[in-house]
Design a protein around this ligand. Structure first.
Ligand SMILES: [Zn+2]
Ligand SMILES: [Zn+2]
Length: 268
């Protein structure tokens, strides 16, 4: 009986290809007990991506039962400290933790990322150099690339000169887009076109707009114009928890709006 039920469950799972997002950190660089620094794990049948790794991401991932050994691709939106702080601990763990990493690791970011990594190497030297696996540092200069079972597109965002937003398309046609930090820009609307899930930064509430970041209404405008199916608001400064940013966003975007929380899992 148990075997029979297990085989039905297995069949159900097999019919539904894995396409899931795990919010590792829904906050910013502002220390917060509720919200960790940015980090987002994207899971497909064949790949596990980590988009940004802010301070504490590596440890927070453990709470979602994801380790430094599980990540195949480390993808960075930009190199502000709240988005990259755990890269060094990640590589240090790959080398010196009790299970050294064996699998290849691709670590990629926008233009200038290689230079950024060289500077890290100047500081940390051999401590972050791989010993038991192959590390590839790559700058994403082309609009699309394939990674295992995923098609990944990148476009410049309106934040830092090298900032990139990403669109990830799964084998079964599902898709998601991630803004990283950005202000409103046409590139983001294009990147998110028709996406099943759009993950937008929402740094500050209405009335507190900061250049290079979105407010809930601007996030709503991007969601509306891109005709995405669902919207996830993340990168929330603590002040966002003092007002109803979802309500502010819903004035513009009438689809489903999800307020990110750390360790939230969303099926695409
Ligand atoms: Zn940020
Ligand atoms: Zn930033």
């Amino acid at each position: 009986m148990v075997t029979w039920i297990n085989s039905i469950l297995f069949d159900l799972r097999r019919n539904q290809a894995l396409a899931e997002v795990v919010v590792i950190g829904s906050g910013t660089g502002a220390p917060s007990l509720r919200r960790g620094s940015p980090g987002l794990v994207i899971l497909s049948e064949n790949s596990t991506l980590l988009v940004d790794s802010g301070s504490g991401a590596l440890r927070k991932m453990l709470e979602a039962e994801i380790t430094y050994l599980d990540i195949d691709l480390l993808l960075y939106t930009h190199t502000h400290p709240d988005h990259v702080s755990d890269l060094v601990p990640f590589l240090f763990a790959c080398k010196y933790a009790e299970k050294p990493r064996q699998e290849d690791l691709l670590c990629a970011g926008g233009p200038g990322f290689k230079d950024f990594f060289e500077k890290l190497k100047n500081v940390f030297g051999t401590w972050i150099e791989p010993r038991s696996y192959r590390l590839t540092i790559q700058e994403i200069l082309q609009p699309h690339f394939l990674f295992r079972d995923l098609k990944i597109s990148a476009k410049p965002m309106s934040h830092l000169r090298e900032s990139l937003g990403y669109r990830v398309e799964f084998e079964d046609g599902k898709s998601l887009a991630v803004s990283g930090d950005t202000d409103y820009c046409k590139n983001l609307v294009d990147l998110a076109s028709g996406a099943d899930l759009l993950i937008l930064e929402c740094s500050f509430p209405e009335g507190m707009k900061v250049e290079g970041h979105l407010t809930p209404a601007l996030a709503g405008k991007i969601a509306l114009e891109s005709r995405c199916k669902r919207l996830l608001l993340t990168h929330l400064y603590p002040v966002c928890d003092q007002v109803d940013v979802v309500q502010q966003c819903s004035q513009i975007f009438k689809g489903e709006i999800i307020l990110a929380e750390d360790l939230m899992r969303i099926k695409i």
